[in-house]
Design a protein around this ligand. Structure first.
Ligand code: SAM
Ligand code: DTB
Ligand code: SF4
Length: 340
C-alpha cells in the first residue's frame, strides 16, 4: 500500500477548506496532505478548539465519553525493540515476563470492567505476533467477553489474513494496531518491524471485517511534521479507524525514551483537535499519559474532540488515574460515560 500520494502534497493550498475537496463514498476525506494538517496545528488555539468542537458536535454527543478497560493478557518478554516500551525484553525495566493469562482470569477482569461501566474490554499481549498455539485461548477470551455484552478489542502484534479471520470468527469487534508515528520517525523508534508491516496488518484486519483501532504516541521527540504525518497516515487509510488512540508517551525507566524532554501540553491538545477534524466520525481516545495530565488539560482534550478514555487504574503495565478520580472529573465537567 502506498503511504501518501506525493503528487498531492504540493498541489493543495493550505487555505483550501475540506468542503472544497473530494469526498469519498463514506462521506469522509482520505486525501489529506501534511500541509493541511500542519495548517490546523498553526491555527490560533481558540480557533482550532472551536473548529474541532464544532466538527465534534456534528458527529457525536459532546458530553459523552466512551470507556475502554485494558487488560494485559501476556505481559513482558517481548522480542521487539520499540524504544518506548517497558515490555521489550531488550531493556532493563521493572516489568517481568509472564505467561499468557488463563481465560477465567481474563474473564474476572472483564466482569469487573463491565460492573465499573466500561463498554469495551481491550486485551493486549506483548507479542511480535500471535503463535498458532495461542489462538484457541485468545478466541475463547473474545467469546467470553462478547457473552458479557462488552465490545471486545485485542492487540496482539502483527496478524496475517488467516489469524485475522480466526479472530473475526470468534466475534472480535476491534483490533488495535498503532502506526505509532510518521513513516520517517517510526524508523527511529522501532527497527524490528517496518511501517509497511504495520499497514499490512491493518489491511488484514480490515479485510477480515474487524473494526480497526489505530493511533500512535506523541512526546517521543518527534517534530510537528511527524505528528502531522502520523495523522495523515491514519486519515488516508481506505477507511478511517473506528477508534484512534492518541497516547502521550509514558516514560518508563530503563527504556531508551526515558528522560526524553516533555512536549508542550498544548501541542498534545492540537494533535487531538487535528485528529477530530480529519477523522470526524472516529472515536478519538485520550489514551496513555493521563496520569501526567491535570484536569484542565484533560478537559481541553475533550473540548478538542477526544471522546474515549482508558478507564481503570492500570494501562498495561503502568498507572492510569483511579476510577473515582475520573468519575469525579466527569461530574465536574457534566460528562457521562457512554452507555449510561
Ligand atoms: N505488542 C503489541 C504491539 O505492539 O502491536 C500490542 C501491545 S503494545 C504495548 C500496544 C501499543 O501501546 C503500542 O503500539 C504503543 O502505541 C502503546 N505503548 C506502549 N508503550 C507505551 C508507552 N510507554 N507510552 C505510551 N504508549 C505506549
Ligand atoms: C494504545 O494505543 N495504548 C494502550 C493500548 N493501545 C494497548 C497501551 C498503552 C500502554 C502504556 C504503557 C504500559 O502501560 O505498559
Ligand atoms: Fe512488544 Fe508491543 Fe511493546 Fe513493541 S509495543 S515491545 S511489540 S509489547
Amino acid at each position: 500500500m502506498s503511504l501518501n500520494n506525493a503528487s498531492q502534497e504540493n498541489s493543495v493550498s493550505t487555505m483550501e477548506t475540506p468542503s472544497t475537496k473530494a469526498i469519498w463514498p463514506d462521506g469522509l476525506r482520505h486525501n489529506w496532505t501534511r500541509r493541511e494538517i500542519l495548517a490546523y496545528f498553526d491555527l490560533p488555539m481558540m480557533d482550532l478548539l472551536f473548529q474541532a468542537q464544532t466538527m465534534h458536535r456534528k458527529y457525536f454527543d459532546p458530553n459523552k465519553v466512551q470507556l475502554s478497560q485494558l487488560c494485559s493478557i501476556k505481559t513482558g518478554g517481548c522480542p521487539e525493540d520499540c524504544k518506548y516500551c517497558p515490555q521489550s525484553a531488550r531493556y532493563q525495566t521493572s516489568v517481568d515476563a509472564e505467561r499468557l493469562m488463563a481465560v477465567e482470569k481474563v474473564m474476572e477482569g472483564a466482569r469487573n470492567a463491565k460492573a465499573n461501566g466500561a463498554t469495551r474490554y481491550c486485551m493486549g499481549a506483548a507479542w511480535r505476533s500471535p503463535k498458532d498455539r495461542d489462538m484457541e485461548a485468545v478466541c475463547d477470551m473474545i467469546k467470553g467477553v462478547k457473552a458479557l455484552g462488552l465490545e471486545s478489542c485485542m492487540t496482539l502484534g502483527m496478524l496475517d489474513g488467516d489469524q485475522a479471520a480466526q479472530l473475526k470468527q470468534a466475534g472480535l469487534d476491534y483490533y488495535n494496531h498503532n502506526v505509532d508515528s510518521s513513516p520517517e520517525y517510526y524508523k527511529e523508534i522501532i527497527t524490528t518491524r517496518t511501517y509497511e508491516d504495520r499497514l499490512d496488518t491493518l489491511e488484514n484486519v480490515r479485510a477480515a471485517g474487524i473494526n480497526v483501532c489505530s493511533g500512535g504516541i506523541v512526546g517521543m521527540g518527534e517534530s510537528r511534521e511527524d505528528r502531522a504525518g502520523m495523522l495523515q497516515t491514519l486519515a488516508n487509510l481506505p477507511q478511517h479507524p473506528g477508534s484512534v488512540p492518541i497516547n502521550m508517551l509514558v516514560q518508563v525507566e530503563g527504556t531508551p525514551l526515558f528522560g526524553e524532554g516533555q512536549m508542550d501540553p498544548f501541542d498534545f491538545i492540537r494533535t487531538i483537535a487535528a485528529a477530530r477534524l480529519i477523522m470526524p466520525a472516529s472515536y478519538v481516545r485520550l489514551s496513555a499519559g493521563r496520569e501526567a495530565m491535570n484536569d484542565e488539560m484533560q478537559a481541553l482534550c475533550f473540548m478538542a474532540g477526544a471522546n474515549s478514555i482508558f478507564y481503570g487504574e492500570k494501562l498495561l503495565t503502568t498507572a492510569n488515574p483511579l476510577q473515582n478520580t475520573d468519575l469525579e472529573l466527569f461530574g465536574r465537567l457534566g460528562i457521562t460515560p457512554e452507555g449510561q
